[in-house]
Design a protein around this ligand. Structure first.
Ligand SMILES: [Mg+2]
Length: 316
């Protein structure tokens, strides 16, 4: 992958986040968004990006620096308690499981890989939303078991229930397939069997695969919009984002579709943007939207070195 393609994938995710922030938790069809706007639950100015990006940036920075999980948890703490990695030194909208994990790290002093909540009630989309840089980092990794192990560990930092972990497996394997030139529909066809085989020795995870069955059906892309749920539950988020990507022919259209589903709009639009930009590597997210993102200096200071490192590594 070229540096600019990597940058485009990452900026598309930030754009999706920022477009979704003003309508997060809004009811579907109570609004229609097609441009950057201000306001919303968090009363943020236009172009504000949220926790989705603020958890993604530390992961990116940590991968660039070859940092370990302890250093990454420290960066998450720096975000939540010291407002680093934000548009203007204000952390807002952090999900319960992520917040609990950071408190487990900084206050309760848990080991990094045990900070995530293992409860079945802790199956939000908070791990999915930060994993785009890991997908790029693993694009050339041909060993499925190694990819799944890293997906597992990076998820466990905040989410340890097998359903959230399997959600990360599916999401990262979709991105891996797309970055290796496969079509989204083709990936959804082979993925259940591939994961079924790979997880034979992990009964808890294997049992959760069926939670995602609907997205692997041949006619999933034809699902009616009214039947697509757009909550922050990891299953709903992954299905909604995949559906938006399947139903769109450009990154911008996929993002608009996602932002207008209502409820957890910022995360779903961000994940949709990531899937769609990995699917359309010759397309790019709207320059107009990208230019309206707040704190572009911070974004560029973390995205550019990461993209440079990953692009050069891919050429080796
Ligand atoms: Mg958010």
């Amino acid at each position: 992958m070229h540096k600019r393609q990597i940058e485009n994938i990452l900026y598309a995710g930030v754009v999706g986040d920022a477009l979704g922030v003003p309508v997060e938790f809004s009811k579907r069809d109570s609004y229609y968004i097609k441009s950057m706007t201000a306001g919303g639950t968090w009363e943020q100015p236009k172009g504000s990006w949220s926790d989705d990006t603020s958890f993604t940036l530390p992961l990116m920075e940590n991968l660039t620096a070859d940092g370990n999980y302890e250093q990454l948890m420290q960066k998450f703490e720096n975000y939540m308690f010291h407002n680093e990695y934000t548009p203007d030194k204000l952390a807002f909208g952090i999900g319960n499981s992520c917040a609990k994990a950071v408190r487990n790290w900084s206050i309760n002093q848990y080991p990094a890989l045990e900070c995530g909540d293992p409860s079945v009630y802790a199956n939000g989309n908070g791990a999915l939303m930060r994993l785009a840089p890991l997908a790029i980092h693993l694009a050339d990794e041909s060993d499925l078991n190694k990819r799944l192990r890293l997906a597992y560990e990076y998820t466990c930092l905040t989410h340890r229930h097998p359903r959230a972990i399997v959600g990360s497996y599916i999401y990262l394997e979709i991105l891996h397939g797309l970055l290796n030139g496969r079509a989204l529909r083709a990936i959804l066809n082979y993925l259940p069997e591939q994961l079924n085989q790979a997880l034979q020795n992990c009964p808890d995870e294997l049992a959760e695969l069926s939670q995602y069955d609907e997205m692997f059906q041949n006619n999933f892309g034809m699902t009616l919009r009214k039947d697509i749920k757009s909550s922050g539950y990891v299953v709903d988020t992954l299905l909604a984002s995949t559906w938006c990507a399947l139903a769109s022919t450009s990154i911008d259209n996929a993002i608009i579709l996602a932002v207008n589903l209502g409820d957890d709009t910022d995360t779903i639009a961000s994940i949709t943007a990531t899937i769609s930009s990995c699917e359309n590597l010759t397309d790019h997210v709207s320059e107009d939207w990208k230019n309206q993102l707040r704190n572009p200096e911070l974004l560029n200071s973390i995205i550019a070195p990461f993209a440079k490192k990953e692009a050069s590594r891919a050429l080796v």
